[in-house]
Structure formats: structure tokens, C-alpha cells
Design a protein around this ligand. Structure first.
Ligand SMILES: *[C@@H]1O[C@H](CO)[C@@H](O)[C@H](O)[C@H]1NC(C)=O
Length: 259
């Protein structure tokens, strides 16, 4: 097919505008509209897929861990929980990020607050059994709306409560269990750092409470306890540094309880 010259195209356009070639004009408009709609829906779909793909799954996390995703840490997404289902609302940063009108929802369970349409931080819980039918309907509408808009990235689970004895079972020997260790009673999941803390690591502390060992920068399992007596300021500083590092790097999964 011969490509029409610029002059020919101009003449054709003028003819079209003058009402000649009416059928051709209608057809061109029709095909143009169809192509535009097809491209637009393809574009919208590809955007949705990108949103889902770019969202990082956090898996099963406890409320203390969810609280780390409140928008203050630039390395973390902004998350909210709706009756335990966690949504990544990072795309709505202006609303849920620091200074936003829903900033106090970030890192929290918000079912009750949405149902009651309140901004009261004490309504940031999953207690909805005493809501009126209208409030429950409001909550359901919000759930439908937010789940269509933001990707689901995990769910909230209750914290583990383990005795020292029970913690021992998470030392990395049993491959079906996560690798856990405790610092001052706070239990971290260090499965990702198995090469350091697992049975063959430099700090073979998995399954132990190891506050004292970290303060002393000891690699001796015999120092694994929470007795901080007799430690100096430098050693307590070491402990604080380790705790900060763990809080940043590993998820908290629960706390130690007395035997
Ligand atoms: C512990 O962490 C691993 C690796 O990140 C993960 O696959 C596992 O689900 C976590 N387990 C718990 C109980 O949090």
C-alpha cells in the first residue's frame, strides 16, 4: 500500500470535516474509540498487576510487628489490618503516612474504627461484636472498597508465649520449626539469619535467651541468660545496639513467660 503524502492527508481531513466521506469518518471514529478503550483497559489491568507484584508479603505477623509498619520507617511499607487481613496501603501515603488524615490507622487493626466511622485511636481494634447492623454494614463497605484498592500482604496472628523450656525446641534442629531466640524476653524469628544464629553459626544462640551474651559480645552459649548484673555502660550499650538491629531486621513473634 502506498503511504499517502502529507498534502493528500490534509485534503482528506478537510473533506472529512466538510462532511464528505461520512461513512469513512464514522468508521474511523468508531475504530479509534475502540482502540482507545482497548488500550485503556490493557493499561489499567497492567497497573493493577504491578501494584500486586510490587507489594511485599509480610506473611503471618503479630500486632507488635504490624506496629513497625506505621509509615515512620522509610524501609517499610505502610500497613493496616482489617479483621486480621493485612493490606499494604503505601500507595495511599498522603492519607496513611505521617501527617495524613488517617495516619493513626497505620500499623494498626482498624475494623472497629471504620465501622463506627471514628478517628478515636482507642477504636483501633478488631472488636466488632457490639457494633450495630448499620455499623457492620459500614465496615463491610469499607472492606470491599479497601480490598479492591490495596493488595493483601499477610495476616495478623496472636503472639507466641513460650517458656524458656519451650523456646529450646526452636533451636534449628527441627527443620519444620522456625529458628527463634529471645533478648530480654522478646522472642525474634531469626530463620532468615540461620547462618549466624543457627546450630552451626558463629552465635549458636537459637533456642536461648541471650541478652547477657549479646551485651558481652560473647559467642559462648554459657553466657545465654538475661542476667545483666555487673555489666558496665559499654556492655549495656552493646545490648541496646543488638536490640535495635534485631528490631529492624527480624520479626518479633512473641514473648517469654515464666515456667
Ligand atoms: C519465620 O521466618 C521465616 C523466614 O522469614 C518464615 O518463613 C516463617 O513463616 C516465620 N515463622 C514465624 C512463626 O513467624
Amino acid at each position: 500500500m502506498q503511504v499517502p503524502s502529507w498534502d493528500e492527508l490534509q485534503n482528506l481531513l478537510i473533506d472529512c470535516l466538510n462532511g464528505k466521506h461520512l461513512w469513512a469518518t464514522a468508521l474511523a471514529v468508531f475504530i479509534g474509540t475502540f482502540l482507545f478503550m482497548a488500550l485503556k483497559s490493557w493499561w489499567d489491568a497492567s497497573q493493577t498487576i504491578d501494584l500486586q507484584a510490587s507489594a511485599i508479603q509480610v506473611g503471618d505477623i503479630i500486632p507488635t510487628e504490624l506496629a513497625k509498619y506505621d509509615g515512620h520507617d522509610p524501609f517499610r511499607a505502610i500497613l493496616v489490618s482489617l479483621r486480621g487481613t493485612i493490606l499494604d496501603v503505601s500507595a495511599g501515603k498522603e492519607m496513611y503516612g505521617p501527617g495524613g488524615s488517617y495516619a493513626h490507622f497505620a500499623g494498626k487493626e482498624v475494623a472497629r474504627a471504620l465501622g463506627k466511622m471514628t478517628m478515636d485511636p482507642k477504636d483501633c481494634t478488631d472488636k466488632v461484636d457490639d457494633l450495630t447492623p448499620e455499623q457492620l454494614k459500614t465496615l463491610e463497605d469499607w472492606e470491599t472498597k479497601l480490598k479492591a484498592k490495596y493488595p493483601v500482604v499477610g495476616k495478623v496472628v496472636p503472639p507466641k508465649r513460650l517458656t524458656l523450656q519451650q523456646l529450646r525446641e526452636y533451636g534449628g534442629q527441627d527443620k519444620s520449626k522456625p529458628i527463634l531466640l529471645a533478648i530480654r524476653g522478646v522472642i525474634f524469628n531469626v530463620s532468615r539469619g540461620a547462618e549466624f544464629y543457627g546450630p552451626d553459626g558463629i552465635y549458636p544462640f537459637a533456642g536461648h535467651e541471650c541478652a547477657r551474651a549479646f551485651a558481652l559480645i560473647s559467642t559462648d552459649v554459657a553466657d545465654c541468660n538475661d542476667n545483666l548484673e555487673g555489666l558496665g555502660a559499654m556492655e549495656l550499650d552493646n545490648l541496646r545496639d543488638w536490640e535495635a538491629k534485631f528490631n529492624f531486621k527480624y520479626p518479633i513473634v512473641g514473648s517469654l513467660v515464666k515456667e
